[in-house]
Design a protein around this ligand. Structure first.
Ligand code: ATP
Length: 263
């Protein structure tokens, strides 16, 4: 990927993310379909102008408000999410006081092992990277308190078949507010059916996950993770009158406008 190293290339950020996905695939973190899912996201990001639209920023702030007000917040991580944003999301988990749980669609012992090791390394790394807002000792404690779940699931998400239903009873199963970036529609639906406050990040406002979530952030995952961190430093109160269909409609209008403009 020679372009990925060239920061003057007009698609530099996009190429960098592709490279992250390619590298993750090489070390066995991803199922084959992960590259297709990434490509679908890229296409929508292209249309949206590879920027955070205003409605996505509003949704990110609402996500921060709900996660920070939650009793049992959990951030669910799949292969693509880990490849692109493991560290920024661990930083968010530390600020929120959330646990993270690796939960993948095509669960195999080999992939879980690679993912859990990657997560543990990222955890150690970010503990040593104190953000300017925190004292080093306080930050280390916050990071250490983030539990890394996924290795020994002892529960199942009702309504799902096979290994993809597996989860921790004191993690995803016990969560009241759950962030599931790039989630597949079935699992999103199952979590909503359980009565959880489900927050989704998905560049496709037409996906089943986007439509079913309580809060949908139509933004690229890496941009979202950075914005979430900042929003969590100073969260607002959750909005009980949150209008998610309106957020989706606005995002769709922006995508259509972007496509017309670039035609
Ligand atoms: P659903 O089952 O919800 O209808 P799907 O089958 O398209 O949707 P998946 O392939 O399971 O969903 O998940 C991929 C989704 O994640 C796609 O909607 C894609 O647009 C989105 N996506 C992929 N990469 C990113 C990214 N980096 N940031 C945000 N969204 C992304």
């Amino acid at each position: 990927m020679e372009h990925a190293a060239d920061s003057t290339h007009p698609r530099y950020n996009s190429l960098l993310k592709r490279k992250m996905i390619e590298d993750a695939a090489k070390i066995g973190m991803l199922a084959d379909s992960a590259l297709i899912a990434h490509g679908r996201g890229e296409a929508f990001d292209y249309l949206i102008g590879e920027r955070t639209i205003e409605s996505a920023m509003d949704a990110t702030k609402e996500a921060a408000a709900r996660l920070c007000a939650a009793e049992r917040p959990v951030i669910s991580l799949n292969g693509n999410v880990m490849a692109l944003a493991a560290k920024p999301l661990l930083r968010c988990a530390a600020v929120i006081g959330a646990d993270v749980e690796v939960n993948i669609f095509y669960r195999t012992p080999e992939r879980m092992k690679v993912l859990m090791e990657y997560l543990k390394d990222a955890h150690v790394e970010i503990a040593d990277q104190t953000p300017p807002e925190f004292d080093a000792e306080v930050w280390q404690k916050m990071v250490v308190e983030v539990r890394l779940l996924g290795n020994s699931p002892d529960g199942r998400i009702p309504g799902l078949e096979g290994p993809r239903a597996n989860c921790h009873s004191d993690g995803i199963l016990a969560s009241d507010v759950i962030l599931v970036p790039l989630e597949d529609g079935d699992r999103c639906e199952a979590l909503v059916e359980m009565g959880k406050d489900v927050i989704v990040v998905d560049l496709n406002p037409l996906s089943r996950s986007a439509k079913m979530a309580k809060v949908t952030v139509v933004d690229e995952l890496c941009r979202f993770a950075e914005n979430l961190y900042v929003s969590c430093l100073n969260p607002a109160s959750p909005n009980d009158n949150w209008d998610n269909p309106k957020i989706l409609q606005t995002a769709l209008e922006e995508i259509i406008a972007g496509a017309v403009e670039s035609a």
